[in-house]
Write a protein that binds this ligand. Sequence first.
Ligand code: ADP
Length: 255
Amino acid sequence: MPAELLELRDVGKRYANGTVALEHLSAKVGEHEFVSFLGPSGCGKSTALKMIAGLAPISSGEIRWSTVAGRDPASDTSFVFQEPTLMPWASVFDNVWLPLRLKGVSRADARADVAAALATVGLDQFAEVYPRELSGGMKMRVSIARAMVTRPRLLLMDEPFAALDEITRFKLNNDTLDLWQASRFTTLFVTHSVYEAVYLSTRIVVMAARPGRVVAEIAVDEPYPRSEAFRTSARYNALCVEVSGALQAAGATHG
Ligand code: ADP
């Protein structure tokens, strides 16, 4: 296990309306891991991510961060949502500038960092374009560039590719892995796709619903870069069967 970045200790979440979204969630995430939270709709994956981001208070348990001198984990975290959530009235450049702007960085001072972030997602030629002129996949790239512009230590991704067609999704899977390998941030990725979780992750936290909880943790001990050869390999297939089995076992006992 790499040096620890954060640990969820017996975390629970009960919403104001009484819904128990999560119960006894314990998991550790190491530096530069790519961990997926995998489970059916309603098992608390988004809730877990929101609590890690500090966007939702936890009801019980605790989230512990490793302390790295001079770095505040909250300001070191970026979030990519399922919807790209771009400002339609602002150019691609201005959308990516936003997190820096909120930190008080002027447009001129942000120029190099915004250009670099756009280059990492292959959109350096699109800085002056408006969101309506972009495809769904390109909008998601802008959203990823906006998350990368602050050079986060932790990237939280909540079903970022669920609304995209399969070819675009595969391409963005590869691009995400390239970015992750190049920049060495830690990724926490939420998905309900077994295939996507196995393709991307170093480790999969399998969850079940009602109440939301962890039912298995499966390491995907395969080297990177991963490629189409991995996607069609017997090993990939065997891992998908194993992960599906863990999901089904949980569903069968608490359906
Ligand atoms: P997932 O991301 O796995 O689909 P969520 O974290 O969105 O799961 O939701 C987990 C449970 O909490 C679900 O039963 C959902 O309806 C409920 N829930 C999510 N957000 C709220 C909220 N703001 N208020 C009340 N219940 C919520």
